[in-house]
Design a binder for this molecule. Structure first.
Ligand code: ATP
Length: 205
């Protein structure tokens, strides 16, 4: 979709560790582009993610895999700002920076249901609705998240669901399969699989 004078510029932000990026991430990006009618969607790999309780694969690899996974998608921009930021990276800072930097009429934060359930633990989460509408996609196998999902939609937080058929895919499962020398062929795109093999990533659990 092109931006014409007088039109509303709609920008989405999709963050994650992407360790590695997988087909559910891409499906969510495509659903968001379409359903939210975005002019641009920023995919933002996390730097030092404060909420993950394991150390992540070096950012240089995750960034490259994200580029490989999303390069072919029109209107998608890979944004390395959180990787370049020193110290812990917080979504609220990214949203505030984007609001300052680029012309945006409407900003959307795109998350899966597991992250929606954890939203109230995020750094300065109460400020997030000042910057963006929170858009949540259902996630398979997330017990207990439904309440938060519904509470968000009925509460004060600007909220919009994204329709996504439940996809039982997670980076955790993919890392485990790779460590066990199992195939991940349907779960990650071929260029990402080749990158993983070439750099011998995820060989141990
Ligand atoms: P891990 O298993 O290591 O926790 P992950 O598969 O959840 O990783 P992330 O990079 O942490 O992947 O996720 C980025 C974003 O994508 C999050 O908002 C997450 O909720 C969402 N997401 C990931 N997988 C799915 C899925 N199968 N369905 C819906 N949303 C998903």
């Amino acid at each position: 979709m092109s931006v014409v004078a007088g039109s509303q510029r709609r920008v989405g932000v999709f963050g994650g560790a992407f360790d590695p990026p997988h087909t559910a991430h891409s499906a969510l990006v495509m659903a968001a582009l379409e359903q939210l009618q975005l002019d641009e969607l920023r995919v933002v790999p996390t730097g030092e993610a404060w909420h993950k309780n394991r150390s992540l694969t070096p950012a240089v690899h995750r960034l490259e895999m994200v580029r490989l996974a999303f390069a072919r998608l029109d209107r998608v921009v890979v944004d390395p700002r959180e990787i370049r930021r020193n110290g812990p990276s917080y979504t609220v800072d990214t949203l505030a920076e984007l609001r300052d930097e680029i012309p945006i009429d409407k900003l959307f934060l795109i998350i899966g249901e597991d992250q929606a359930a954890a939203l109230t633990t995020w750094h300065r989460w109460r400020e997030i609705p000042d910057f963006a509408t929170i858009c949540v996609a259902a996630r398979a196998g997330i017990a207990g998240a439904r309440g938060t999902f519904d509470a968000l939609s009925g509460g004060f937080v600007p909220f919009q669901p994204i329709e996504l058929p439940p996809m039982d895919v997670s980076a955790t499962d993919i890392r485990e399969r790779l460590a066990n020398r199992q195939s991940v062929a349907p779960l990650v795109f071929e260029p990402v699989a080749r990158y993983i093999a070439h750099h011998h990533l995820y060989q141990t659990a």
